[in-house]
Design a protein around this ligand. Structure first.
Ligand code: M6R
Length: 316
């Protein structure tokens, strides 16, 4: 299967790739839409292609959709605007039902795109027989938990987010790290922060730290580590040790188990409820989005209409 999209929608797709591959054992080719159609990827008409777009009008995503359609692929579209061109040209439409998203920064569309991608991956796993009935039920139960856990998180983290955002607003650069599905989330955190606060931010796979970005670490550099207590946690902790040893200021976003297991001096550890791996990206995206929002408020930037950006990018 192929997935293509732009910006935040692409990062949702990247998380979807992990899910389709892990649960449905389906290989996923993914790229940003502006590269996808020029790469001359060998595409089989037996394949499906999935396009993700809040607006359904993004020029590069639409052009990639048409590129795949001309080659006979079955087209699915994950959209918020169901009357949009992308929705109209797709064979199957998967609405995210987020309601109108007015601010330029994609927030609720991102979490709703993730919910739809998770549901599709679980559905594909069921159809392909790659998970047992018990596993399937557990996955569906976890998905159904998302609204309740989100409410719990939103009600509890506000004071810590404001404290951290005040600190971030004094910084020039911020590094985000994560492994597994927390890696695209790290890139999403960096995208959101730079988009609305204009602070330079990078999101990296934690394992890539020692291949370059570690050179940036000093006591001026906050490093936001997204690390639920999952299969990758111990590896991420060893990356955090590398940051701590160089004086980097770590903001660890984890869960209760992770907080107990990390045993590292952090500038701050933000503790979220422990959740199943499949819903962690949706839950962990909340502090990521709120950090960007409150940092932008402290910076005095326009959080709804950031400079140089449009809500819908209809030119290539
Ligand atoms: O409407 P789309 O989802 O196709 O838009 C794609 C990107 O332009 C969009 O996600 C952009 O990256 C956001 N402003 C990021 O917050």
């Amino acid at each position: 299967m192929a997935i293509s999209a732009c910006g935040t929608a692409y990062l949702a797709g990247l998380i979807g790739k992990y899910w389709f591959e892990r649960y449905a054992r389906l290989t996923v080719e993914i790229d940003v839409a502006s590269e996808f159609r020029y790469r001359e990827i060998p595409l089989s008409p037996q394949s499906a292609a999935l396009f993700i777009s809040q607006s359904g009008e993004t020029a590069d995503t639409l052009a990639s959709l048409r590129y795949c359609k001309e080659r006979g692929l079955k087209i699915g579209a994950i959209v918020n605007a169901c009357e949009s061109t992308i929705a109209r040209e797709a064979d199957a439409v998967f609405p995210i039902l987020a309601g109108p998203e007015i601010g330029v920064a994609s927030t609720k569309a991102f979490t709703c795109q993730l919910a739809v991608l998770a549901a599709l991956a679980i559905g594909a796993a069921r159809a392909r027989g790659t998970v047992t009935e018990d596993e399937l039920q557990a996955l569906v139960r976890s998905l159904a938990e998302v609204p309740r856990v989100m409410g719990q998180v939103l009600n509890s983290i506000q004071p810590e987010i404001e404290f951290l955002s005040r600190e971030l607003s004094k910084c020039r650069d911020v590094l985000y790290l994560g492994r597994g599905t927390s890696f695209p989330l790290a890139m999403e955190g960096a995208l959101k922060l730079k988009e609305i606060s204009y602070i330079h931010a990078e999101g990296y796979a934690a394992g890539e730290l020692k291949h370059g970005p570690i050179a940036l670490i000093d006591d001026n550099m906050p490093v936001i580590v997204i690390a639920p207590h999952d299969r990758f946690f111990d590896k991420t902790v060893s990356n955090m040790q590398e940051v701590a040893a160089r004086g980097g200021r770590i903001i660890l976003i984890t869960d209760e188990k992770g907080a107990a297991a990390s045993k590292l001096n952090t500038m701050h550890t933000l503790v979220l409820p422990a959740v199943d791996e499949i819903i962690a990206p949706m839950i962990f995206s909340l502090p990521i989005q709120l950090l960007a929002y409150h940092t932008a408020l402290f910076m005095g930037t326009d959080v709804d209409q950031p400079r140089n950006l449009a809500k819908s990018v209809t030119v290539e």
